[in-house]
Ligand binder design. Structure first.
Ligand code: HEC
Length: 154
């Protein structure tokens, strides 16, 4: 490619890139919202599989169960990063505005859930049958619900 053509092509490409960024560049707040929703997607996908096992709709595989419980606990520990105050101005989300005015209660429910899913993960490691994980799973599920009832849009 001739030098002039190359420069022209580069300029066009850069122009397009800048235009694309200006058009729908997510704000930092939007990115944080997407980040936390992605964390919930991972938590939800793994947790619902555990639920299927506990309800007898899927076979119990001790290793798989323990691994999924571990994933839930691991990602749950990261959730606070998705709820920093900066994310408040992000795109519309399933988080109720009350979350920001009743932050202490939200944080309490989040901590409680982190504790319950950690207990579930620990219990699952030494479990021999689905009966051994049932109550820890129930407690974790209740912790999800307690917060959703208060702070998540239906
Ligand atoms: C302390 C509060 C709290 C707890 C505890 C909690 N959640 Fe949520 N959850 C939320 C909020 C708030 C949203 C909405 C997030 C948003 O859209 O910004 C949400 C959204 C979700 C979503 C939808 C994600 C999306 O892409 O919109 C799933 C799935 C989910 N939670 C699963 C769970 C599971 C499973 C648990 C328990 C293991 C749990 N949550 C525990 C507050 C909580």
């Amino acid at each position: 490619m001739k030098r002039q053509t190359l420069i022209a092509a580069t300029a066009v490409t850069m122009g397009l890139a800048v235009a694309a960024m200006a058009q729908d560049s997510p704000t930092r707040a939007d990115q944080i919202v997407e980040y936390r929703q992605a964390m919930y997607t991972v938590i939800g996908a793994n947790f619902s599989q555990l639920g299927a096992v506990v309800q007898g709709k899927a076979p119990y595989d001790a290793q798989d169960f323990a691994q999924r419980a571990d994933r839930v606990a691991y990602v749950a520990a990261m959730l606070p990063e998705g709820f920093v105050a900066e994310s408040r101005t992000g795109k519309p989300t399933g988080a109720k505005p009350g979350l920001w005015t009743d932050r202490a209660e939200f944080d309490r429910l989040l901590k409680d859930m982190q504790l319950k899913v950690r207990t579930l993960a620990t219990t699952a490691k030494s479990a021999a049958s689905v009966a051994d994980v049932k109550s820890a799973f129930g407690a974790a599920g209740q912790a999800c619900k307690s917060c959703h009832d208060k702070f998540r849009e239906d």
